[in-house]
Design a protein around this ligand. Structure first.
Ligand code: 13P
Length: 259
């Protein structure tokens, strides 16, 4: 299976989100095989987008959540409310939140624990900065972020964990990571997950790539067995581009079926 996650970030209002959700669903129409789709609108649009996605195969995702179920946490969104809104996935620890809003590994860890507790699928984002990349520190950074975020996590057999490798220098830059670079890091992440959760089934983990994914490079990533999917920012709010990415995933799936 290949999963495409659309992270609309703060780029759409409620009305635009509804229109975009309709357009996004159309990209699946008439296909023999389709990738899994997770649509992550801004929190204020979750409720309206849910109505559009109802009765489709697409899943609804949130871009963030708080680590408590309720209480005096002004401006935060409770995981319980996400459940109520039909949300199945939640992006946690995105680098924009880490860098711009001071989200720490400890906060990300509390969110991952709470998400699993609430039966939400965490899409845990990790990745190195440009300087760290140049200094070949990627594996050390990815390991530290992963171990910190997953501290104390006990995976039940019904739990699913998605990890999105998003090198910060590749996000919104138009400069995606190279396929060999992504594969090396994905294999490393997977080996850490198997080590951390020896009892879990390998199918409980997905490792996705994010960072300047577009219709031209999507096929090259998605055709790799070590890439379970892509997390798309900019190209997910441009419907023609998103359609190209869905098309690439469908071609990969069709080719695998024909093998
Ligand atoms: P871009 O696809 O715009 O590089 O963003 C990637 C991202 O941050 C997805 O979460």
């Amino acid at each position: 299976m290949k999963t495409i996650i659309a992270n609309w970030k703060m780029n759409v209002g409620v009305r635009e989100a509804v229109a975009l959700a309709r357009g996004t669903l159309l990209t699946l129409r008439g296909r023999k095989v389709s990738p899994g789709l997770v649509v992550c609108p801004p929190a204020v649009a979750l409720s309206e987008v849910r109505k559009v996605l109802a009765r489709s195969s697409a899943n609804l995702g949130a871009q963030n959540m708080f680590w408590e179920q309720s209480g005096s946490y002004t401006g935060e969104t409770s995981p319980r409310v996400l459940n109520e809104l039909g949300v199945s996935h939640v992006i946690l620890g995105h680098s924009e939140r880490r860098q711009l809003l001071g989200e720490t590994d400890e906060m990300v860890n509390k969110k991952v624990l709470q998400a699993l507790e609430q039966k939400l699928i965490p899409i845990l984002c990790i990745g190195e900065t440009s300087v760290q990349h140049k200094e070949e520190m990627t594996q050390g950074i990815v390991r530290d972020q992963l171990l910190a975020a997953l501290q104390g996590v006990r995976l039940r057999s019904s739990d699913v964990l998605m990890v999105a490798y998003e090198p910060i220098w590749a996000i919104g830059s138009g400069e995606a990571a190279t396929v060999p670079g992504v594969l090396e890091t994905h294999q490393f992440i997977r080996s850490l997950l198997y080590e951390l959760f020896p009892q879990a089934s390998k199918t409980q983990f997905s490792v996705l790539y994010g960072g300047s994914v577009n219709p031209d490079n999507a096929y090259a990533f998605l055709r790799e067995d070590d890439v379970d999917g892509v997390l798309v920012g900019g190209a997910s709010v441009k419907i023609n581009q998103f359609k190209g990415i869905v098309q690439a995933a469908a071609e990969v799936l069709e080719a695998k079926l024909a093998e």
